[in-house]
Structures are given as structure tokens and as C-alpha cells.
Design a protein around this ligand. Sequence first.
Ligand code: DLL
Length: 432
Amino acid sequence: MNNLEKKLTREEINEVKIQRLKNIVKYVYDSVPFYKNKFDMMGITPEDIKTLGDIELLPFTTKEDLRRNYPYGMFAVPMNKIVRIHASSGTSGTQTIVGYTKNDIDNWSNLIADVLGRYGVTSDDVVQVAYGYGLFTGGLGLHYGIERVGASVIPMSGGNTEKQVLTMKNFGVTVLACTPSYALHIYDTMVKMGIHPEELKLRMGVFGAEPWSNEIRENIESKFKIKAYDIYGLSEVMGPGVAGECNMQDGLHINEEDFFPEIIDPITQESVEPGEKGELVLTTLTKEGIPLIRYRTRDISSLSYDKCECGCLYVKMNRIYGRNDDMMIIRGVNVYPIQIEKILLGFEELSPNYTLTLEKKGNLDQLTITVETNRDLKYYYTHELNELQKNIKNRLHNLLQVGCNIEFVNPDTLVKSEGKAKRIFDKREICI
Ligand code: DLL
């Protein structure tokens, strides 16, 4: 049963949150030496937590803390209570390990089922999961949530794209779950196979695990003729299902009875006002295996407590703007890939496939945007491409104050992702 069905008021949600916050703080103090030591050093006891605002008394937890306690040092229960282990992708350093108790898995399934319910997934749906199965939380996480809804799940995992297309067509798939970049790759493959969206029963996509702009959403929706919904989560905090959109498609409701969100200024670490952008910090309120206090996600978003027309009162987070780690500082200007993506997709000649390469030329940063055109380059006159290049550069300069080189390449030149897209290639360190 989700919040919409329970119809909790804001006061009731806050009441649940404070009770659970008190419990989790006591729980970590008693069962995770890392937290006991931290609290003791800061002179905090669980009894100090009396109001929601008191969360600010508590220390932050970082990915570095998880790495230092690798593999199981942050677990709050003995291993014989852990029934599942997942790990983060480990793209930027040692991977981090997370463990789930039986209750955690059960709760996780319910949370995902709640999110899917908000999109309108029902037991009549046939859902193809093309997120990777394995240590990544996308595949198995979604899988259990879909079963909880009672829909039919097809556990495809990522890759084997032609088979993905045939399965969608032959099995009457109504919902596709994968990264947005993989959805675009599936679409391109489908077109090459001569299959049209009208031949599918697809009506919805459950997309997440990487930042994607509204422009990419519109692109996917118009290509497949479906509704594309955003789902958010991270393995350290649970996996997919921390938050998900409703059918308003205007922000993601955070499952607030299980995750306590804050937004902080990443530099000063102070809380910012609702609506202001900053780093999302999450405290798990119900997790048993690896509960986390004020986990710094490094994801940039903002919170909105405005009433949502869907009727759900859980706070909404704006769609992720990017990760702290992905913010590029180009000649002193801060730029997120999504800002560039939005501009590129404003040109109908360009496809959504692009990469950003950063190099040093002398002492200066240089950004090269490599982007596939929608048609083979031989169909364009040179002056058309020059004009296009000029227009893109002008837009980038006017909107972001950054200069760049633009390189057009033929469709199908760039490597397509079957999971999270890799778009940034920062070669600056090795060029110095
Ligand atoms: O990506 C969990 C997930 C699986 C979420 C499937 C949604 C769907 P990790 O591999 O630990 O877990 O990566 C977490 O991915 O901190 C964000 O930077 C990014 N991310 C996840 N969902 C979104 C989203 C999974 N909807 C990291 N929008 C997070 C933007 C997202 N970024």
C-alpha cells in the first residue's frame, strides 16, 4: 500500500519520520562501531535526537567511509542475517558492498512496487527488465518489485539488443525497464531490423540509473510512442526505488517513510532552502543490513514540498541535474553534461548520442563535443555543417559561456551503452 492509498497527512509523515529517525540512530549506535565511534567523538548520543531538525547534529557518511570499511565493516547485522549482497558499479574507485536482510528485500520490493503503482503499472503488464542483473541493483531490484505488483517480469538483463527487440515484439511487452541511453540504442536497433513502434504493445518505460534531460525524455517518448518515467536510487542507499515520478512527470516523490532527504551546499555542508539546488543527502530510516546516516549521494537536485496534483504528499526531488563528480570545470566555468545535452537536442540534425572530451591545450582547458548526426554526413553540404557548427557554438556560448570544438560523426560511430552511458572523457591530467 503506498502513501497515496494510505493518505497520510504531512504531519503524519513527519511523525513517522521522527520516530524512525530516533530508532535508526539508536540502532546504528548500538550495532555499527563506525557510528558509535563517530557519535562518541562528536559527543552525540541517540537521545539528542528529538526533532526532525536534529538530524543536522549527526555526522555525514561518505563513499570513502564505505570504502575504508570494505567489505562488511558498515553492516549492522551478522552475516547469517544477510540474504543478498550487491555492489556499486565501482567506476570511480573500489566498489562498495551492500547487504540486505530478508526484511530489507521485502521492503525494497514494496517500495519499487509503490513507485511502479504511481506510474500505473498493474498485474496486466508484461515488463521487460533490461537493466543488468548481477551485482548491479537495477536488474534484481526491479525484478522483485515487478513481481510484487503481480505483473509478468521478463528477466532479460542488458545486452543482446536484437533479442531484446524480438522479445518486446513477440512477448507483447508493455513496459520496458532500462537506462534511457540503452532505450535509445534498442530503438535504433529496432529501426535497423525494420520493426516499427506500432508493432509493439509497449506503453511505458521505467528509466533511470543515469542523468537524462527532459529533451531525451521527449525524444524517447516520441520515438517509441510511450510514456517515459524516471526512477532514482543508488546501491549504497538501497538501489532503484528511493524515489520515482508520478504521472505528472514533474519531479520524483521520495519514499519519505524510508528515506530522509536533505539538500546541502556541497562546499559549506549547510542545508539549503527548499527549491534551492545542492547535493542530495539521504538517511535510511528502515534498513537493517546497512543503515546509513546522512549519506552524501554526490547527486545534484532540489526538494519541493509543494502539493502535487497526483495527491501523493511525499516530498519531490527534481530530476537529477548531474553528479558532483561529473561537473566539468572548463576554464573556470562549471558545466554539467545535461546542460550540453539539452542544447544538442535542440538541433533536429543531431542524434542523442554524444561524448564530451576534455583536454589541456597549453594551460587552457579544451572541450570537444563529438556528436552523431541523424543522417549520414554525406547527405549534408559543407556549408550546412559549418552553419550548424556555428549555431551550436553560439548557443553554448550564450547559455553556458563555454567555447568548444564540435565534431560531427556519422550515425552509429560512437560506442552505444547497454547500461550507464559513458559520456565524459577527461584527458586533462594525463596531458599536463
Ligand atoms: O543506478 C540504481 C538504479 C538502478 C537506479 C536502476 C535506477 C534504476 P548505482 O549503480 O549505485 O545504482 O548508481 C547510483 O546513479 O547516485 C546517480 O548518480 C545515478 N542515478 C540513478 N538513478 C538516476 C536517475 C543505480 N533517475 C547513481 N537520474 C546515483 C539520474 C541517476 N541519475
